[in-house]
Design a protein around this ligand. Structure first.
Ligand SMILES: Cc1cc2nc3c(=O)[nH]c(=O)nc-3n(C[C@H](O)[C@H](O)[C@H](O)COP(=O)(O)O)c2cc1C
Length: 235
């Protein structure tokens, strides 16, 4: 299966521009994000749709001392349980079937290539993966949770909300990286946030200003041609 189209297609305005500009950013400048900017993003994101208007999301936004303390707790957890905390959901199905397996491999290979990390360099790859647990140096870390009673429809609505947040961030000149990796540290996240037992952590989001010079931010993922996954009928 060919992976032809590169994201970032040269659109010029509005939603199209935000959609094409957004990419996962994994290195940030040290510049903090004003509270007012975050207020604007999360106020506007509340307009995201959800079936029955359930708005089934709970969001936590961390910065400053709170984020620093949290990251220290995470570092301690990594020392104690390097392989991840018990009870995390499976990030991918087992087995991951084709063509998804190849897409995942391509994305990983391109990321490590951008950093000059060889395929055999397991230590180099793991070191990069562990940067997830520093929010890739972002000044703001966000967590998205959902009530455990919610089903697949509501999880989809949560996803729409997260994408809305990411696009609004673009409009504010910010960049982000959604992170399911945080599910592997869900206990530490829960303890730090005092997250109620009836909530389940879905993912994190690194948020801040892109370090545009950093090699990891130079590569772009590809997309399959829409003929592979969009069916037009009756035209
Ligand atoms: C919900 C979600 C969780 C993700 N989790 C991670 C993660 O834990 N770590 C990471 O580096 N990238 C993560 N990604 C980023 C994907 O790898 C990325 O979106 C995909 O390769 C497409 O690239 P793009 O975002 O640059 O367009 C995640 C993306 C989504 C939507």
């Amino acid at each position: 299966m060919s992976h032809e189209s590169k994201s970032g297609s040269g659109c010029t305005s509005g939603v199209q521009q935000a959609v094409s500009q957004r990419h996962s950013v994994r290195a940030f400048t040290e510049q903090g994000v004003p509270h007012s900017t975050l207020q604007r993003i999360f106020t506007a994101a509340a307009q995201a749709p959800s079936g029955g208007n359930l708005q089934p999301w709970q969001t936590y936004v961390l910065t400053g001392d709170d984020l620093a303390t949290f990251l220290q707790r995470v570092a301690a957890s990594i020392e104690q349980q390097p392989m991840g905390e018990d009870g995390a959901y499976d990030i991918y199905p087992h087995p991951l079937i084709e063509p998804y397996r190849s897409r995942r491999a391509e994305c990983g290979d391109d990321l490590y290539k951008a950093l000059g990390i060889e395929r055999e360099d397991k230590f180099g790859r793991i070191t990069q993966v562990m940067k997830n647990f520093e929010f890739f140096g972002a000044p703001v870390g966000v967590f998205f949770a959902i009530d455990k009673s919610m089903g697949r429809p509501q999880w989809a609505h949560l996803g729409m909300y997260i994408q809305t947040v990411m696009l609004l961030a673009i409009e504010e000149g910010l960049a982000s990286c959604p992170q399911e990796a945080w599910s592997m540290r869900h206990q530490t996240v829960r303890e730090h946030l005092g997250m109620p037992d009836d909530l389940e952590l879905y993912c994190g989001l690194a948020l801040g200003y892109e370090d545009v010079e950093h090699p990891i931010n130079q590569f772009r993922t590809t997309r399959v041609p829409i003929n592979d996954n969009v069916t037009f009928r009756g035209f």
